[in-house]
Design a protein around this ligand. Structure first.
Ligand code: NIG
Ligand code: FE
Length: 432
C-alpha cells in the first residue's frame, strides 16, 4: 500500500490527544468519557484540509510521504489536541451588562434582575438599537477572541431580537461575521429566549407569532440549522416550549433546549421526548430528568461558567455521568449570565467547580460537543479522514489545562489544515 502524502506535519509533541480508541463510536458516556486516546511523543500528518495520519513520531517517516515543501510545525514539546468545539453560545448581541454583574454581587439574583426588566430584555433593547453592520463587526471580534483561545467550531444563537425583523438581523449578522472567518459557526434560532415587552401581557400571542411567522421566516431565509427555547419557571413553560420546538422541527430546524437551569421544570424530560439534540444547563435537573436523558440520544450540555458566574451550585455532573448521560461542555458566552469566551477556562471550571476529571472535561469539550452539533464526523477528534482542526498548547500534558487554568496556553491553531493562529499570536487569513 502506498503511503499517504502530506503537506503539513506537526512534530515534537510530548502528547497528542486523539480522543479516539478503536471501536469507540457515538457520544461518549460513563467510563468512555475518560478515553482521551493519548499518544506520547506523537506527530500528526495533514494533506489539504484533512488529517491523513496520527501516531508515534518515530513512525512518521515510514507511515507517510512528506512533501518536500511541506509546512512543518514544531510543537516544541507541547500538547496537541483537537480544536475546542463550543456548542452553546449567544455570540451576537449589542451592549454590555457589567452593571448587572455588580448588582448580582450586591445580592440580587439573575431571575430578580430579569423580573425587574433587566437581564435578557436589557440586551434585547441594545440589540434592537444596533445595526446589522455593528452586530457583524462585534461578532467578528468575538470570533477572533474565541479562535485565539482555541475554539475552532462554535454554535451561536439568536434571541436578543425577539421580533421577526430583529431576529433575522441577528442571524444575518452572524452569517456575515463568520463569512471567511476561520472559526466555523453553526446557527440556532432562539426567538423563544424571553417574551418581548410588546407581548408582556399576551404570552400566548408571542408563541403564536413564533410558530406562525418567525419560524417560517427564518426557515425560508435558511438562516438557522437549529431552534432553541429557554424553558424555565417564569419564562417558557414545557407546553409552550413543545409547541415552538415541534413547529421548528417540522420546518427543518432540529430542537435543542435551555433546560432546568434554575428550577426543575420538566425541560430535560421534554428534550428527551421530542428528540432534542441537546438539553443544556441541567443545574437543577430532577431524578426523572436524569433518567430520561440517560435513556435518550439527547446530549446533556453542562455550562459551568454560568453557574460559577451566577454564584449558584453547578450541575451534578457525577450523577449525570454515573446515570449514563452523554455530557458536553460549552461556554454559554452571553452578556448576562456568563461572559467567559475561553473553552480552556470552561475545562478548568468543569474540573474545579463540577468535579469532572480532566479526561472527562476534554472529551466533553471536543468530541461530545461535536456530537451535540452533529459535526462529529468531521471535528472533535484527531483521526485520519477528519478535518485538520488542531491546537498546539504550550503545556507538557493536557491535564495542565485545568490545573493551570485562567491563562491562555494556546500557542498556535490549525483550522482545515492551515495555520490560523501563528506561534507569535498573529491571526492569519483562512484558506480561500
Ligand atoms: O443560557 N438562560 C438563558 N439564556 C442565557 C442567558 C442570556 C442572558 O442573560 O442574556 C443562558 O444563561
Ligand atoms: Fe444559553
Amino acid at each position: 500500500m502506498s503511503r499517504p502524502r502530506c503537506d503539513l506535519v506537526v512534530e515534537n509533541a510530548a502528547q497528542v490527544l486523539t480522543m479516539e480508541r478503536p471501536g469507540l463510536v457515538g457520544p461518549r458516556r460513563g467510563d468512555d468519557l475518560r478515553e482521551v486516546g493519548a499518544i506520547e511523543n506523537g506527530a500528526v500528518a495533514v494533506h489539504g484540509e484533512e488529517i491523513v495520519w496520527v501516531g508515534p513520531a518515530a513512525e512518521l517517516a515510514t507511515a507517510v510521504e512528506v512533501d518536500a515543501n511541506a509546512v512543518r510545525i514544531d510543537a516544541g514539546g507541547g500538547t496537541v489536541t483537537p480544536g475546542f468545539v463550543d456548542s452553546h453560545t449567544h455570540l451576537i448581541f449589542g451592549g454590555s451588562r457589567h452593571d448587572e454583574f455588580e448588582r448580582r454581587l450586591s445580592g440580587q439574583t439573575y431571575l430578580e434582575i430579569a423580573a425587574a426588566g433587566g437581564g435578557i430584555r436589557s440586551s434585547v433593547r441594545h440589540t434592537r438599537e444596533a445595526s446589522e453592520d455593528e452586530l457583524a463587526r462585534l461578532g467578528r471580534e468575538r470570533l477572533d477572541l474565541l479562535l485565539r483561545h482555541g475554539t475552532t467550531t462554535v454554535e451561536c444563537k439568536s434571541g436578543y431580537g425577539l421580533a421577526t425583523e430583529h431576529e433575522l438581523k441577528q442571524l444575518r449578522a452572524l452569517a456575515r461575521a463568520s463569512d471567511g472567518h476561520p472559526v466555523e459557526t453553526v446557527s440556532t434560532f432562539l426567538g423563544a429566549h424571553e417574551f418581548p415587552p410588546e407581548f408582556a401581557e399576551n404570552r400566548e400571542g408571542y408563541v403564536s407569532l413564533l410558530v406562525e411567522e418567525m419560524i417560517p421566516a427564518v426557515a425560508e431565509a435558511g438562516l438557522a440549522e437549529y431552534a432553541d427555547c429557554f424553558c424555565e419557571e417564569g419564562v417558557y413553560t414545557p407546553e409552550q416550549a413543545r409547541r415552538v420546538l415541534l413547529a421548528a422541527d417540522a420546518a427543518g430546524m432540529r430542537p435543542r433546549l435551555h433546560a432546568d437551569e434554575f428550577s426543575p421544570s420538566g425541560a430535560a424530560e421534554l428534550a428527551a421526548e421530542i428528540g432534542a439534540l441537546s438539553a443544556d444547563h441541567l443545574s437543577a435537573i430532577s431524578d426523572e430528568g436524569i433518567r430520561a436523558l440517560a435513556s435518550s440520544d439527547t446530549i446533556g450540555t453542562l455550562l459551568p461558567g454560568t453557574t460559577f458566574s451566577c454564584r449558584i451550585p453547578g450541575a451534578d455532573a457525577r450523577r449525570l455521568i454515573d446515570a449514563g448521560v452523554a455530557i458536553a461542555l460549552a461556554t454559554d458566552l452571553n452578556p448576562g449570565s456568563c461572559a467567559i469566551d475561553s473553552m480552556g477556562v470552561i475545562v478548568g471550571l468543569a474540573c474545579l467547580h463540577l468535579g469532572l476529571l480532566p479526561s472527562e472535561a476534554f472529551t466533553a469539550a471536543t468530541i461530545n460537543s461535536a456530537h451535540a452539533i452533529e459535526r462529529a464526523d468531521r471535528v472533535g477528534s484527531i483521526a485520519p479522514g477528519k478535518q485538520a482542526d488542531l491546537l498546539i498548547l504550550a503545556l507538557p500534558d493536557y491535564r495542565c489545562v485545568p490545573y493551570r487554568f485562567g491563562t491562555n496556553h494556546v500557542r498556535s491553531v490549525v483550522k482545515r489544515g492551515r495555520i490560523v493562529v501563528a506561534p507569535n499570536g498573529r491571526l492569519e487569513a483562512a484558506r480561500a
